[in-house]
Design a protein around this ligand. Sequence first.
Ligand SMILES: [Zn+2]
Length: 754
Amino acid sequence: MPQPNAAGCGLAVPFSHPYFMIKNIAITVVGLLCAATLRGQSEPSHSPVGSSLPPTIHKPEQAPSQQSPPPVAPASTASAPATGQPKVEKNPPPLDPRNMDTSVKPGDDFYGYANGTWLKNNPIPPEYSRWGSFNELIEKNNDSLHEIAEQAANLSNKEAGKPKIEKAADADLQKVGDFYASGMNEQAIDQAGGEPLQKELQHIDALKDKAGLTDEIAHLHSLGIQALFGFTSGQDDKNSTMVIAQALQGGLGLPDRDYYVKEDDASKKIRDGYVAHVTKMFTLLGDSPEAAAARAKAVMSVETSLAKGSRTRVELRDPQKNYNKMSQADLQKLTPDFNWDSYFKQLELTNPGAINIGQPDFFKAVETSYQNVSLDDWKSYLRWHLVHNAAPTLSKDFVDENFAFFAKTLTGAQQLKPRWKRVVETIDGEIGEALGKLYVADHFPPEAKKRALEMVNNLKDALTDRIRNNDWMDEATKQAALKKLAAFTVKIGYPDKWRDYSLLTIDRGPYASNVFRSETFEVAREMRKVGKPVDRSEWGMTPPTVNAYYNPNMNEIVFPAGILQPPFYNPTADDAVNYGGMGAVIGHEMTHGFDDQGRQYDEVGNLRDWWTAASAQAYAKRTKAIVAQYSACEPLPGLHINGELTLGENIADIGGLKIAYAAFKKAQAKHPETADQKIDGFTPDQRFFLAYAQIWRANQRDELTKLRLATDPHSPGRFRTIVPISNMPEFQKAFNLPDNSPMVRPASERANIW
Ligand SMILES: [Zn+2]
């Protein structure tokens, strides 16, 4: 799922919730550590600071770089392989044979064969818990965003003398610059400690009764802190032209409800670590160790009851079960003690209309907790969610403690990212279209859009053929599927209509205040949509993001500028490499429209069954084979992939690669002279599969692997490579592999949907 709205501080707003069905190609850790969004890269030939300013940035007459905040980092160090810093090679060849390990046979372990030397030579940098193709892109892109933010900060620095911002259009530049400067002002941030939270903490302490509690929860929601449950707006699943209010399960601090209920030793250890962490955070707010420990225990108890009432991630994959539209009166009956009228008023939602309650049983658990938990324990719970959300914006002691549990313990990362990187990621999460507008001006050539669109059209043709010619769908279902495919909206690069941030104030005051104001702005924007027709021009990811998605309610596939670059798409590469990389990404997103969830939506984005019973049955039979194939995979000793949790992504990986291969063959037919042309000794077909393996190369710490096996709908990179290829006879043929190779699946066992 994309997480632009979620990024800020691990805030679980719209798209980061497992309930929301937007399907992306890859995901980082579920919004734990402030803005873990996958990010894009810069052009390999990107010029140094000052020599190539985006058109929207006016070069000042005098460089104000000596002025006080922010510190300006020398741009030349951007991607230098400094000790302990991530190193990213500039301008690597599209497919570098030096990354392979030819001592491994392709038929024994294709992932090791294609990536072995790269995996050996690229240990995980201390600040990461995973290091792979996506991270390399993110790293390069962070360098670009860093330069943009530094320039913006210099240009918007009023203390430098003359006003540098000349036009209203530069309002975005001012916001990016001041946001960055406030985030980089480490001295002020450290001096303030927990001070930016004082007003909110006093508010919570002053609560007198349950009526006040309702209002306080609404108030925290308006700050983007989703205490107790999630609340946002979203398309009506059965009337996709309209936006309605959506109330969802949530309110937990740990990444998933399973962490609270599982009885194995590892889960218990994490729970103990969590309680110790919450205790520590309370002491940082000034509580005595005893009071802090008692409060942490109360938090754990509230969250455990909410977790027990929550659906599992596999259960959340059923869109029909998540659709429970009801009137406010019926919602009030579901949770009699929670005053919804008052809640909506606080959020300035004057006419909420019918509301979708994603998980009604969860709201029964909310009601029970509301009745049984004491007001003092609620205060502890709310204090915790406030400080947890704000921690990354506070002083060093809060940042370090947050890192120690949520990054080190849960993902294995060893070292905090440099401040500039954390700040840039937060800006991308909070006002990503302002930053993204500056980014695309300099980093997204118009040709890239044209060529991406060409590939999308070729992939569409290939999928059309496969739908027409498959032997398991009946004619009526095929016609409906083709109608849906033809209706796909394609978005490439960046939005046609940029988000208007003019009502948002960003200044050089406290960093935490900028984040709170941005969150408030975003929540208000979501609330204003309720009861109105959907705006189809909106994007769910920011332009620099190294990711892509399919949104079933919009029936659209979306490819941000960030991913349309090497190694996914390389203008200098042969078709084999581009179809094995970007082609597979495009195919993946298209296939989501027809995976086990996406297929339940029709061509206008409504949850409506358009399948005949016979075709639906034939489909279900085929998905069972895919569940079995992935459930058999064991990324860590004793820990298997959850074949049901990852089913939609696995269908998209297998289908996407097949469609990309078919489109590659179509492209090749237009240039028959290239059909047998070897490069570095590899045939075009071999390069297609090697390029596919290349995009999934990654080293990952065991802690993160465990976390992701529990929460991520995507399979680990190694299995995203070897399972799809094992289902393709074209792969066996390309490398001339014997039938009994471990990488080759017998014809009778292959998974074949698309
Ligand atoms: Zn996906």
